[in-house]
Design a protein around this ligand. Structure first.
Ligand SMILES: [Zn+2]
Length: 593
């Protein structure tokens, strides 16, 4: 037996031999021109020089425990390292000329950690305290252990935008991160082996929790806590339901750390229900096999906000001939209809809960009648995208206001790009606009009722000429009357990027975009038409669609949050709610024609 064992060891050593190359020195040129570092080495020394450079470095995808990567560059151009697998919680590390980094991989953590390089500091507690001084280096690690222990780590008051602090603990006793100087006091109790990351945002003057050790909460622990999910001390909590560890219903706790997250997913055969207590009324929050829900606790609203949830998708043509939609099994149902895939009538789901939402999108040329039980609702016309929400009495209410649009493109722009491209640009712009409204949970949706090629006067030189001129052209007025369009959007090749009237009466429901710019201009200009002015002063510091140069596809609203950081999408100074402005104006605009 002993003999066989040593033979097996010898064999495995022999088989492993090709990967015993251990250390390798590479440059982009000796790595096939790539910055993607290969697997199979214990150490890679990767260097870059002028003429031997890669824009993006990617760490080995299947590293061994303890694998080491040393990066050095003297190239004039800045590269960046994809840091999505690094414990610092940001997605990239810039590598300017003379940057040096050493990283190692821990299989137990599942992360790379930065050993040295750049402007970084490795700290440990001193005399039982772990206070990080103001204006720290770009990356600061604070490592707490039994040998060098502090029960509390304090983050600095002043720091440069984008600074990172990574707190790691291997101590037997719990370690907490002081809520002082943190924007949101998320749970911050580290157990042995935990890594919690914090990012400094100068625009809001404080630290925000980023990548942190995810705490797995067993269903049995929820059962032991009388059905309420127990708080774990980590800002990130995960419940994975299986056939051997599940519970019928989960109640989220009454309070939690600010911006704490709970993710619930299931691989179990039987369903689990997330109770509505301590959440907004989000409808049928049933966790089926394969479903995933994420909630975030917001103390200002004293509840868990639903951040992501599954949707159920149906094709109208697959429904029974009565058009009866199935019962709600998720908070949101999406139904698609088109010619050859439609029903004369759709009956909204019978089983539903307050907050449930059904969205019907139709391209079918014949109208679709909509009914809730015996109650007839307004029928859907071609191109409409309408949502229905179950109200406090679980009655289905139409939520969407449809605004009809006449879309124009100039003959000159069509000569330049082709009429097909111009039409495709308008379709894309309309899609982005409606997605932006959906992302922001706004009520109106735009619908194209006519698309026309317009021969424009040679006197139009700028976007302002087009904006002021188009609305008064007899041809445009005729098209608008014929198509009963509430508003007009024009795309041409005049000088500029885009412009729209701010609010105003029916004559001024008009905006323009230019082919020199992207198709997302339409969402910004239609925002102006809906009476939203430019906003730069967002609480998040992130650019949204109504920034003068555009931005992320969201209108500002305090009830929608940046997914990663949990910052509400509101304007900092006055709390302006762009979505409310848009919602309030929508019925007026929809009644223009
Ligand atoms: Zn603008």
């Amino acid at each position: 037996m002993k003999h066989l064992l040593s033979l097996a060891l010898a064999l495995s050593a022999a088989l492993a031999l090709p990967s015993f190359a251990q250390t390798v020195a590479l440059t982009p040129n000796s790595n096939g021109g790539s910055g993607t570092l290969p697997n199979g080495f214990d150490q890679i020394d990767f260097s870059m020089h002028n003429g031997n450079w890669a824009r993006t470095l990617i760490l080995p995808s299947a590293p061994r425990d303890g694998a080491r990567v040393n990066i050095a560059t003297d190239a004039a151009l800045t590269s960046h390292l994809d840091a999505s697998g690094v414990d610092i919680g940001i997605n990239r590390i810039d590598l300017p000329t003379h940057a040096n980094y050493s990283l190692s991989y821990s299989a137990a953590d599942g992360f790379w950690t930065v050993l040295s390089g750049g402007t970084m500091t490795h700290s440990v507690p001193s005399n039982g305290t772990a206070v990080i001084a103001d204006n720290p280096n770009k990356i600061t690690y604070m490592r707490v252990s039994d040998a060098v222990f502090a029960s509390k780590v304090s983050l600095p008051k002043a720091a440069a935008e984008g600074s990172i602090v990574v707190v790691k603990s291997t101590a037997t006793q719990a370690v907490t991160v002081d809520p002082a100087n943190r924007i949101y006091a998320s749970s911050a109790t580290l157990r042995s082996g935990d890594t919690f990351g914090y990012l400094y945002r100068a625009d809001i003057g404080g630290w925000i929790s980023i990548r942190s050790t995810v705490r797995h909460v067993a269903a049995s622990a929820i059962v032991a806590n009388q059905g309420t999910l127990p708080l774990s001390g980590s800002p990130r909590n995960l419940v994975e339901l299986t056939d051997t560890d599940r519970i019928d219903q989960i109640v989220l706790p009454k309070t939690a750390g600010n911006r704490d997250r709970v993710t619930i997913r299931s691989q179990a055969t039987a369903n689990t229900v997330i109770a509505p207590a301590n959440t907004g009324l989000y409808g049928t929050t049933t966790v089926r096999n394969g479903d995933e829900y994420q909630f975030m606790y917001v103390p200002a609203r004293q509840r868990w906000e639903l951040i992501s949830s599954p949707s159920a998708f149906h094709q109208a043509g697959d429904l029974p001939s009565t058009g009866q939609l199935p019962d709600m099994v998720t908070p949101h149902m999406v139904v698609n209809a088109a010619d050859g895939n439609t029903r004369a009538e759709l009956l909204l789901p019978v089983a539903r809960k307050t907050g449930d939402r059904v969205t019907i999108k139709t391209q079918a040329t014949t109208a679709i009648k909509v009914r809730s039980g015996q109650t007839a609702l307004a029928p859907l016309a071609a191109g409409e995208q309408v949502s229905y929400v179950a109200d406090a009495n679980k009655a289905w209410q139409r939520q969407t206001t449809t605004i009809d649009m006449l879309l124009l493109y100039s003959a000159k722009a069509a000569t330049q790009l082709g009429a097909d491209t111009m039409r495709a640009r308008l379709v894309e712009g309309m899609g982005i606009t409606n997605d932006t409204l959906e992302n922001s949970l706004a009520k109106p949706r735009f619908r194209t009722v006519s698309t026309q090629q317009l021969t424009t006067p040679d006197s139009w030189k700028t976007q302002t000429d087009a904006l002021n001129g188009a609305k008064d052209l007899a041809q445009v007025k005729t098209w608008r009357t014929q198509s009963k369009a509430d508003g007009i959007y024009y795309e041409g090749n005049e000088e500029g990027c885009g412009q729209g009237f701010l609010g105003g009466n029916a004559d001024f429901m008009m905006s323009v975009g230019m082919i020199a710019c992207g198709t997302d201009v339409m969402s910004h200009e239609l925002g102006h038409n809906m009476n939203v002015n430019h906003n730069t002063n967002f609480e998040s510091g992130d650019r949204l669609v109504m920034n003068p140069v555009g931005g992320a596809p969201f209108f500002a609203t305090p009830f929608v949050f940046l997914p990663e950081l949990g910052i509400p999408l509101t304007v900092k100074m006055d709390g302006l709610n762009e979505v409310k402005v848009i919602d309030d104006r929508a019925p007026t605009v929809a009644a223009f024609r």
